[in-house]
Design a protein around this ligand. Structure first.
Ligand code: ZN
Length: 204
């Protein structure tokens, strides 16, 4: 398994490409689909699934173009479904390449294991930043979207958000995972569980 990070859009979203041989899964194709497509073509990768960690425009803005090009399925947390169509305009307006995503083919509840690319991709429900926020746990890595950042957490004041629920999700779900796993957040640098337990000032 290989993890690549393509930073896309005006909000510097981390779009992650998990690949194994010639196939890949794309997490948070949030903007600049042409930049993502250029990367896939240069690496000769075929996407088998798009997963967004949550509904916010900067995490779904590139979905439509990728689906049109690759005929790939799009998965998102079920509890974010109604918010996808009620995107706050001030957020989507920040993303110049934003296109309204297709309706998701797969709705995730958390607890699922998706078997693709010879990997077990575990979905963890972590509501709070948005009602349907999910984390994606595969091998020794977790992709946390905007729920947990390096020394930060996502805001809880966007539609459907709840900051206390978000902190509970982090402590009761993410922090129960092994301390040494790599955390790949939706924005900013990667980190490890142990570092956030020890250092994250928002979780003291
Ligand atoms: Zn967000």
């Amino acid at each position: 398994m290989q993890i690549s990070n393509i930073i896309v859009g005006e909000l510097y979203t981390n779009c992650y490409v998990i690949s194994n041989n010639s196939e890949c899964i794309i997490i948070d194709p949030g903007a600049e689909p042409d930049k993502i497509i250029d990367f896939l073509e240069s690496m000769k990768l075929t996407p088998k699934l798009l997963i967004s960690t949550h509904y916010h425009a900067d995490h779904v803005g590139g979905v439509k173009n990728l689906v049109e090009k690759y005929d790939v399925e799009f998965a998102i947390g079920k509890n974010d479904l109604n918010f996808l169509d009620a995107q706050p305009a001030w957020v989507s307006n920040l993303i110049s390449t934003y296109e309204k995503p297709i309706s998701p083919n797969i709705l995730l509840l958390g607890g699922e294991t998706i078997n693709l690319l010879d990997l077990d991709i575990k979905i963890i429900s972590t509501p709070g930043h948005s009602p349907g926020s999910i984390c994606i746990y595969v091998e020794n890595s977790i992709f946390t979207g905007d729920t947990l950042f390096k020394n930060g957490i996502g805001r809880g004041d966007l539609p459907g958000g709840d900051i206390n629920q978000e902190i509970t999700s982090i402590k009761d779900k993410i922090f129960q995972l092994p301390n040494d796993i790599d955390v790949f957040p939706g924005h900013g640098d990667k980190t490890k569980i142990i570092n956030e337990k020890n250092d994250n000032i928002h979780l003291k």
